[in-house]
Design a protein around this ligand. Structure first.
Ligand code: UDH
Ligand code: MN
Length: 354
């Protein structure tokens, strides 16, 4: 009798678990990410005339030697497959079959037309070589199809300093401006892979949150694919003049979290709030990863965010060189690799003296 009761109990537990877990699996666990993304692309009506940025609308209306995005001419999107997206590439190879030759340092400009814009991609980096190989390969392909003049800068923070995205972005901005003239700055996580040719890697008149649909957050909420509505993490673009108006990123956030929320507040304070790319277009595949060592969650981020508005003109782009310096610049075959060292104590003292 005892055995029978135990059996019934075990059965009930199994049935209970099954009915609890199954709907959750169909909601979250079995979403075929890439199929879903392809479907979203293919069912978009008239993708080449809808959703063009204001810059592209103007370009299409003028006849000149300006480069048009290749996709606009060809009327086709690249044929996405998971293996395409995840293809990595040895970083020490100058030329690849997947894209046209680039100059040492990863620089490219189209030959037969005047590029629409000069864009620089700035990637904050430490110890993610696998991701770097994938993003570099994918970026060259999409940027060339968009017929842009571009450069790719990977900015690494030397150890042992706790990771700090803001200082790397600011140092990258200053360096890129020293090396060439760029109109448009794209600040790009190393682990977000663009999935749609229509994601324009040039700047609008407002700062733009480009990674509007992030597969990492789509796992939790497929409709929004963002953690909260004010989120601007991942990939953003803005004109150099606007970056200066915001005084760049804050240097104050060591460890994980806060930097992107801070720049969102800066943009509102400077009256140039972020706009968001259309979610059918601004689609990014998030390469899975764990939290990195030397990048634990920043426990001060909440209180720092509260004073962001008051602080933003006094610390950021205009103070980064007081706490950070360039250690090296290497023109690698496919990108410029910059290493920066920063002193956390100087940043903290600066904050106390504001
Ligand atoms: N980054 C590095 N190296 C580091 C830390 C950050 O390269 O050690 C760069 C990289 O470009 C990355 C970006 O900073 O894409 C943003 O950092 P992140 O990818 O750690 O941020 P995300 O919000 O990660 O994606 C959240 C932590 C994930 C924990 C998941 C546990 N399941
Ligand atoms: Mn990440």
């Amino acid at each position: 009798m005892r055995k029978f009761l135990l059996l019934v109990l075990a059965g009930a537990i199994v049935i209970g678990l099954y009915t609890y877990v199954t709907p959750k699996l169909s909601q979250h666990g079995t979403i075929p990410w890439l199929q879903d993304i392809r479907l979203a692309i293919s069912t978009n009506e008239n993708p080449y005339t809808n959703n063009l940025s204001s810059v592209e609308q103007t370009i299409l209306n003028v006849t000149s030697n300006k480069c048009k995005r290749e996709l606009l001419l060809k009327g086709e999107l690249f044929n996405l497959s998971k293996t395409d997206i995840l293809t990595d590439l040895p970083l020490d190879v100058l030329n690849s079959h997947d894209f046209l030759p680039v100059k040492k340092g990863g620089f490219y400009e189209p030959e037969n037309c005047e590029p629409l814009t000069r864009t620089v991609i700035i990637i904050p980096y430490r110890n993610r070589e696998k991701h770097l190989k994938i993003i570099i390969n994918n970026l060259h392909r999409i940027l060339q199809r968009q017929q842009l003049k571009y450069g790719i800068f990977v900015i690494e923070l030397s150890l042992p300093t706790t990771f700090n995205i803001g200082v790397l972005m600011n140092m990258g901005f200053l360096l890129a401006n020293n090396i060439s003239e760029y109109d448009c700055f794209v600040f790009h996580d190393v682990d977000l892979i663009p999935l749609d040719d229509r994601i324009a890697y040039h700047c609008d008149v407002s700062p733009k949150h480009m990674s509007a649909f992030n597969t990492k957050y789509a796992k939790v909420n497929i409709a929004k694919a963002l953690p909260y509505s004010a989120y601007v993490g991942g990939v953003i673009s803005l004109r150099g003049v606007d970056y200066k108006k915001l005084n760049g990123f804050s240097n104050a956030y060591f460890g994980w979290g806060g930097t992107d929320d801070d720049i969102e507040i800066r943009a509102k304070a400077a009256m140039i709030p972020f706009k968001r790319e259309n979610q059918n277009i601004g689609r990014y595949y998030a390469l899975p990863h764990q939290r990195d060592s030397n990048n634990t969650e920043n426990l001060f981020k909440g209180s720092l965010l509260k004073s962001s508005r008051k602080r933003y003109l006094n610390e950021g782009l205009n103070t980064v060189e007081k706490c950070c310096k360039r250690v090296s610049i290497v023109y690698r075959d496919l990108y410029v690799h910059v290493t920066v060292s920063c002193d956390e104590n100087i940043v903290m003292n600066q904050l106390l003296n504001l």
